[in-house]
Design a protein around this ligand. Structure first.
Ligand code: UT7
Length: 330
């Protein structure tokens, strides 16, 4: 076991200002505000302007995390960006962010683990610091899901939004209690069919036919994903706590992936958590993929709901299928 422990030095997030409300959807597809609120908990989501791209938001979230930490961009050695909506196939969004924020001494790359991407990034970023080779690592997640949402498909279009979040990780001082204590990650590629964007990759590159078949949009089998989600959240949280000899009673704040309020409520009930112990942003931002966890974490920190000394569990799941959890002492 390494004697170096990684901790969060600062958090940041960035969201578009444009709001798309449930009422707006009533004019776009056959749906109602009431259906969306009762089935998902979503009231509105944020949508980026046409000329913007994912890296614009990720860069802003990273700058805010650095500002909160009081660390200059030039000291960052690695930038990890989780995204399924990169600015383009390559270069990586993390490379574009490295330039945008002036992190001239940083290596940078993207990681693809859909909605679990931030948890994968946190685990990897912390491991790099624990190895002793890296000091400051920016872990970011950003997605403009509006770019791959089919606004003619009512079963998916009401769910998704745009945004980005980031944390700066660095080494804890020896002896201090704060730090990333443990993580647990998992995947099951046999469930890839439940949540995917089939077009644009090497199997179905962009053609007139792929566009006509609407393959460049996200496709989801909602109820299959829902069933997997609740178990993945509960099992992963129990696993990460079990590694620490802890139980649900040790949780001060749960920061779950924001996919559906019913999934969040089901998991919270299983752990006997009160509403103030669960970070919820889904009503105002919808599902922003991997960025939903760092956005909710940043808000909880800035609003004082996540305080020094708290045990915070981040937990999520998503396309892949993938899932994961991270336990942090703030
Ligand atoms: O972050 C990635 C992971 N994603 C998720 O975790 C999403 C997990 N899944 C879900 O959140 C839910 O399955 C949904 C919110 C997507 C759907 O809720 P549901 O309660 O599972 O609804 P359903 O798919 O079983 O559909 C029930 C009915 C259907 O009509 P019929 O067949 O019963 O007549 C749908 O056509 O609701 C209909 N429906 C809608 N009605 C009004 C589906 N979307 C809409 C809509 N407005 N937007």
């Amino acid at each position: 076991m390494s004697t170096i422990r990684a901790k969060i030095l600062g958090t940041g997030s960035a969201l578009p200002t444009k709001v798309l409300s449930n009422k707006d959807f009533e004019h776009m597809v056959d749906t109602t505000d009431e259906w969306i609120v009762t089935r998902t908990g979503i009231r509105e989501r944020r949508i980026a302007e046409p000329e913007e791209a994912t890296s614009d938001y990720v860069a802003r979230a990273c700058e805010r995390a650095l500002e909160a930490a009081g660390v200059p961009a030039s000291e960052v050695e690695m930038i990890l960006c989780a995204t399924v909506t990169p600015d383009m196939m390559f270069p990586a969004t993390a490379n574009l962010v490295q330039d945008a924020i002036g992190a001239k001494n940083a290596a940078s790359f993207d990681l693809s683990a859909a909605c679990s991407g931030f948890l994968y990034g946190m685990s990897l970023g912390a491991s790099l610091i624990e190895s002793g080779r890296y000091r400051y690592v920016l872990v970011a997640a950003g997605d403009l899901l509006s770019r791959i949402t089919d606004y003619e498909d009512r079963s998916t279009c009401v769910l998704f939004g745009d945004g980005a979040g980031a944390v700066l990780l660095g080494p804890a001082t020896p002896g201090e209690t704060a730090g990333l204590l443990s993580f647990s990650l998992g995947s099951d590629g046999s469930g890839g069919k439940y949540l995917q964007m089939p077009g644009g990759g090497s199997r179905r590159p962009a053609t007139h036919e792929s566009v006509d078949e609407r393959l460049h949009f996200l496709k989801m089998q909602g109820s299959e994903t829902f069933k997997f989600a609740v178990n993945a959240m509960v099992d992963s949280t129990e696993k990460v706590l079990g590694q620490l000899g802890m139980t649900n009673e040790d949780i001060d704040l749960l920061v779950p992936h924001q996919a559906n309020i019913r999934i969040i409520d089901a998991a919270s009930r299983r752990f006997g958590l009160r509403s103030e112990q669960v970070a919820v942003t889904i009503h105002k931002y919808g599902n922003t993929s991997a960025s939903s966890i760092p956005i909710a974490l940043d808000e909880a920190v800035r609003e004082g709901r996540a305080k020094a000394g708290d045990l915070v569990v981040l937990v999520g799941f998503g396309g892949g299928l993938t899932w994961g959890s991270v336990a942090i002492r703030l």
